[in-house]
Structures are given as C-alpha cells and as structure tokens.
Design a protein around this ligand. Structure first.
Ligand code: 2IT
Length: 441
C-alpha cells in the first residue's frame, strides 16, 4: 500500500478499493508462496492499460464543448475486458481505476469468463437535451471504437449511461468500425440484441443475494422496511423486486434530499422513477410533487435518516458514512447490502461489522448486472434470445452461487459469515490462479 500510495498520490478511491481487498486477502496470500513469487498482488493492482482521449462536441447553443474520455482495461486473466461506462462530472482516472479494479473481482464472482474494465467521461448529463446526449455519445465513440470489440472489450452502462446512451454509442460504433456484431456493447435495446431483464438485473440480483443472505441468517425479506438511496436504474430494479418479495420500500433519495414513503413505494411511483431519470433533472423532489400524499420530501437529508430494517445503497461510491451507519443502527436497521460500487465508507463497514449488522459488499451484491451482460453476450454469440424466465432463472442461479462462494471463503470460527472477506478472497483466488497459469506477462 505504501508503494502504491507513493506512485499514485491523491488517487483516494483507487487506494481505498485496493486497501479493502488487500486487507481481506492478506492471510490467504501469505499461505501461498507461489503468489508472492509471481508478484501476483503487485500485478493485480495495476491496470493492464488506460486509454485517455479528448471528446469534442457542440451543445444546443452552438458552443464547442470539450470533455475527457477514458477506458481502463484492468485485467484480462479470466476473459475479455468487461465493465460499464460512467458519465458524471466527477469522473477521474482514480474513480475509473477503482471501478475497474472492483469489476475484476466482481466479474470473477459471476462464474462467467469476463475480465475487468471501466470507462467514462467527466461529461455531466444533468440538464442536457436528448440531442446533446446523442452528439456527446457519438463523439465519445469516435475515439473509443478503436479500443473495444466483442472479443476484446465489451462496455455497458453505469451511472449516467443507460439504454439511450448505449444506443447512440452503438450507432456510431458500427458506422466507424463497419462491424455489425451487436456483442460489442451490452445493455442494448430489446429489438437489436439486448437481453430481456438486463435493465432490471442489477436490482433484481441484489434482492436475490439479499434473500440468500437473510435466509442463511434465519430471516426473510417479507415485511421488512427498506431504505433505498438514489432513483436511477439500480434503485428502480431494487424497488421492483423488493416490493414483489413483500418488503416495503420506505425511502428513495437524490442529490437534493430524501423522499420518505411511509406506506411503501407503489408500482406507479416506481414507473415514475424512469420519467425522473429520463428528464436529466437529477431531483428526487419531483416524486413528492407528483405523489404529494404518499411521498414526503426533506431537502438535504439522505435515505439513511429514515427508519428501516434494511439499507440498500444504490447510488454512488462512499454515499454511506460512519455517521450514517450509526444513525441507521440507532433507528433499528440490522442489515445493509451495498448495491452501489463501494457505497459504504470504510468507517461505516467497520461500524456495521463490529455491531453485528449483516453487511455484504457491492462486488457480490450488485454482480447480477454484469452477469446479465454476460448472458447478453452469450445470446448475441449464439444469435438467439432467451425469454424472461430463462434469463431470470440463470440470474438467480448466479446470485445463489455468489452467495455460496462468500460463505465458503468468509465463514468465521464462530459460524458467522464475513461477506467482505468471502467476496474478496473468492474473487482473488480465481483471478490469481488464472494469472499464475498464464505465466509472467
Ligand atoms: O458496475 C457494474 O457492474 C456495471 N456498471 C455493469 C457493467 C456491465 O458490463 O454490465
């Protein structure tokens, strides 16, 4: 860590993600001299390569805009590079390196053959028109297309990049590459190679994982009050499945504040989340304006201020601090499944773990999204499409298997499961063995 800090000063998210994994795998690593001999850790924490490029586009006022685009190809030990594209004003190389690093372990957990990658731009979708989004996505792809391919690197969506953006990017990709293999991107539209249930998959998978975690602890989802942060694609899928499983989603949130929903979110409100996301206003208060009786908005507050049994961070990294964890637990929360990537700050995780709160990390809980991207790639390669029941049963099987891997590597002497250790060690062992077998490269 000291070496990494010296070489990457100030890259706080990246260093935080690496530190969490290294702490978890230390004991196992020390039992394997062959890992040390091949310098597996030093090689695993360094991305294979990073592409950085200029993205120039013209806004609706005719003004020239310039952004920076990136693709971080992190690790290809177990398959081609795979991971999302994030469009957010705060995107930096540190953020994308943390995400690419996490993605490598997450993808290893899915049971599918995918390496780790992440990309994106500091483009801010907030307030942008559809035409501006299209022109930006097209400009982004004029550089990205040379870095990707269905057997090399397969991007998908992430924060600020959904089905619409993937569509615009694919359109420009095929024009430039003169390749018509839709398998180069995932999260596509249903009529042109997209997989059914891919939009829902991250949230559905998170609830399947939570189901297995609760079952192992002798509890169930039905009847629980759940606080969800965010109102984007991941929060949307989580709200659908949580409600379907008989839980009550009592809060959703946004950068402007929280909407408390004492009677639980309804299908109508869940559908409205899509409208809110498509508007690019980035305001959760719109929910309270639309459903004034059912949703109460409080400015400047997080979802963690609402009393709940289960907390599901579904928005952004480090969105849940140690103070938030204390407030949650003081208000009765006994379980937190991290759905966003690295959603909890280290102090929050330690507080949960030291207070007997069930906690599972994002790379296990949210892996259903990329797993279903893997299923989309399989369908594209076979030139077929499966129905919802088939995709859903495969997704459920994968989430069950990820839970089993966590239990296998994370069970403690007292019988409890450390899901952070379990997920990190399981992912690490798979990637480390693949790297060993492929020699020093
Ligand atoms: O964080 C993630 O796993 C994603 N944004 C999805 C990546 C993918 O390739 O589907």
């Amino acid at each position: 860590m000291a070496d990494l800090q010296a070489r990457h000063p100030g890259e706080s998210e990246y260093l935080q993600a690496v530190q969490e994994v290294l702490e978890s795998v230390e004991d196992v690593y020390n039992q394997h001299p062959e890992f040390e001999e091949a310098r597996i850790v030093e090689r695993m924490v360094e991305p294979d390569r990073i592409f950085t490029f200029k993205v120039t586009w013209i806004d609706d006022e005719g003004q020239v805009q310039v952004n920076t685009g990136y693709r971080v190809q992190f690790n290809s030990a177990i398959g081609p590079y795979k991971g999302g594209i994030r469009f957010h004003r705060a995107v930096t190389p540190s953020m994308l390196k943390f995400l690419g690093f996490e993605q490598t372990f997450k993808n290893a957990l899915t049971t599918l053959p995918m390496g780790g990658a992440k990309g994106g731009s500091d483009f801010d979708p907030k307030g942008k028109s559809d035409g501006e989004i299209m022109r930006f996505c097209q400009a982004f792809m004029t550089e990205l297309w040379q870095c990707i391919g269905p057997d090399q690197d397969i991007p998908a969506g992430d924060v600020g990049c959904g089905g619409r953006e993937i569509g615009y990017m694919y359109g420009m990709y095929k024009k430039l590459a003169r390749e018509y293999n839709t398998g180069v991107l995932t999260g596509k539209g249903l009529t042109w190679g997209g997989s059914i249930l891919r939009p829902e998959a991250t949230g559905f998978g998170a609830l399947y994982f939570t189901h297995h975690l609760l079952q192992k602890a002798g509890r169930e989802i039905k009847g629980q009050r759940i606080a969800v942060s965010g109102f984007g694609n991941v929060a949307w899928g989580a709200c659908i499945k949580a409600t379907e499983l008989g839980a009550k989603v009592v809060a959703i949130s946004g950068p402007d504040g929280v909407c408390e929903i004492p009677e639980g979110i309804t299908r109508e409100m869940i559908d409205y989340m899509l409208v809110m996301r498509a508007s690019n206003r980035d305001r959760v208060e719109d929910m309270a304006d639309k459903f004034p009786g059912a949703a109460r908005f409080t400015a400047g507050k997080k979802a963690w201020s609402v009393a709940c049994d289960i907390a599901l961070p579904c928005a952004f990294q480090n969105e849940l601090s140690e103070d938030d964890a204390r407030e949650l637990v003081a208000n009765g929360c006994w379980c937190c499944c991290e759905v966003s990537n690295m959603g909890c700050q280290p102090g929050a995780i330690h507080f949960f773990q030291h207070n007997g709160i069930l906690f599972a990390p994002g790379k296990a809980v949210n892996a259903g999204g990329v797993a279903t991207s893997g299923l989309e790639m399989t369908q594209n390669a076979e030139h077929i499409s499966w129905d919802a029941a088939e995709v859903d049963s495969k997704l459920h099987f994968i989430m069950k298997s990820i839970h089993e891997q966590c239990v296998k590597y994370g069970t403690q002497p007292d019988g409890s499961v450390d899901y952070v250790k379990g997920a990190n060690i399981a992912g690490f062992m798979k990637v480390a063995h693949a790297m060993l077998e492929q020699g020093i490269i």
